[in-house]
Design a protein around this ligand. Structure first.
Ligand SMILES: Nc1ncnc2c1ncn2[C@@H]1O[C@H](COP(=O)(O)OP(=O)(O)OP(=O)(O)O)[C@@H](O)[C@H]1O
Ligand SMILES: [Mg+2]
Length: 365
């Protein structure tokens, strides 16, 4: 086996192995059958518990986390929908890691997803040599999860053709999967602990493409962007520290810069500044995930190409890669934001001034 902790991005159960072990050791609350941790411990894993050194991982909507945990104990699957970059995948990964001990049972939805990815396929060499047998059967992550009583994640489910999605209906309602090739009565039954967390992006093909039969088998939760700037700033700083920590480097000056970054993202995302001025919102997704990426890239520039002091000028230079993605109009919208809003703030602090000067020099189309 590869050492997962050395991967660029180890899975949640490896990243947070020490926290999960502490929570398990301290977990006397009742557990549903098949769960590695109690629902209370799962909640502490996601929302943090400083008493046992567990960090907060999901920000912004604590009741949503409770509802998600309850869904996963029930007969229903859990469907996380929302704008891109609102941590739907992160939430599903954290929940699966805490509940099942692994977040690795995943079906990645795409136009090329087939029923085999949801049910099972065959090792054709063995199938031809021996005929259909348990040995020749190649289980999907869904079948593996059913047999082992774990959570399977279905990423971007609405990107699959609806008839393929519908293979999940019987899995969710009967909690079993017929294996007719292995015999008329052959069936795989889900062990306790099995459930499905699906994610769907509202900017992609959209949730309306799902059959209503399948929709009824899921509880839907909408994950919204973080609207509290304090929370968002805390999150981006924490994620920056994590990412730089993995690389063994650090920067200075990041707090003031994060303030400028988060304010800019919130203004452009909502189309309204903190002072109450309306502005033209870019089509580009100004998500928290993008904000983290921008701050990380800015910090890399500061560390490797500059003197290690992060400046809002680094952020300004990274911003165009996020904003100039969807439509040429977005460049003009960003320009207007810089020329009016940022200019006015430039007198307020050194960070806003650095941001303004660097942003004015950008070629925004
Ligand atoms: N509320 C939040 N709590 C914690 N992290 C967040 C939050 N919102 C955004 N993030 C950041 O966004 C990153 C990636 O989000 P993720 O990939 O899970 O989003 P997504 O909703 O699945 O996006 P997509 O629709 O593009 O697949 C997280 O790793 C984290 O850095
Ligand atoms: Mg995702």
């Amino acid at each position: 086996m590869d050492d997962l902790t050395l991967a660029i991005r180890p899975p949640a159960e490896a990243r947070y192995a020490a926290e999960l072990a502490r929570l398990a050791a301290d977990d006397a609350a009742p557990k549903p059958a098949g769960w590695h941790l109690s629902p209370r411990a799962v909640r502490r894993f996601l929302l943090g518990d400083p008493k046992v050194g567990v960090t907060r991982k999901f920000y912004g909507d604590d009741p949503l986390v409770d509802r998600a945990i309850v869904s996963l104990m029930s007969q229903q699957g859990l469907m996380l929908v929302g704008e891109p970059g609102t941590a739907k995948s992160l939430l599903s990964e954290l929940l699966a890691a805490a509940i099942s001990g692994t977040s690795g049972l995943v079906v990645q939805g795409s136009a090329g997803t087939t029923e085999d990815h949801i049910r099972y396929g065959w090792n054709y060499a063995l199938l031809l040599a021996e005929g259909p047998s348990e040995r020749a059967l190649v289980p999907s992550p869904v079948l593996n999860a059913m047999r082992s009583g774990r959570i399977v994640r279905f990423e971007e489910i609405t990107r699959c053709p609806p008839e393929v999605q519908d293979a999940l209906i019987s899995v969710l309602s009967e909690k079993s999967l017929a294996l007719p090739e292995l015999g008329p009565d052959a069936v795989a039954s889900a062990a306790p602990g099995f459930n499905v967390i699906a994610t769907a992006n509202l900017r992609d093909r959209g949730v309306h493409e799902m059959s209503s039969a399948l929709k009824r088998r899921f509880n839907f939760e909408t994950v919204h962007p973080i609207n509290d700037p304090e929370f968002e700033r805390e999150l981006v700083l924490k994620q920056l520290a994590e990412r730089l920590g993995t690389a063994g480097v650090s920067v200075t000056g990041e707090r003031d810069v994060a303030e400028v970054l988060v304010r800019t993202f919130q203004d452009l995302r909502t189309g309204r500044t903190a002072e109450g001025t309306s502005l033209n919102r870019p089509d580009a997704v100004m998500s928290t995930a993008e904000a983290v990426n921008v701050l990380h890239a800015a910090a890399l520039e500061a560390v490797y190409l500059d003197n290690g002091k992060l400046s809002a000028a680094h952020v300004a230079r990274q911003l165009q890669g996020v904003v100039l993605k969807d439509s040429p109009e977005d460049g003009k919208r960003l320009r207007a934001y810089v020329d009016h809003i940022v200019k006015e703030r430039a007198g307020r602090s050194g960070a806003w001034k650095d941001f303004y000067q660097a942003a004015r020099a950008l070629k925004l189309g």
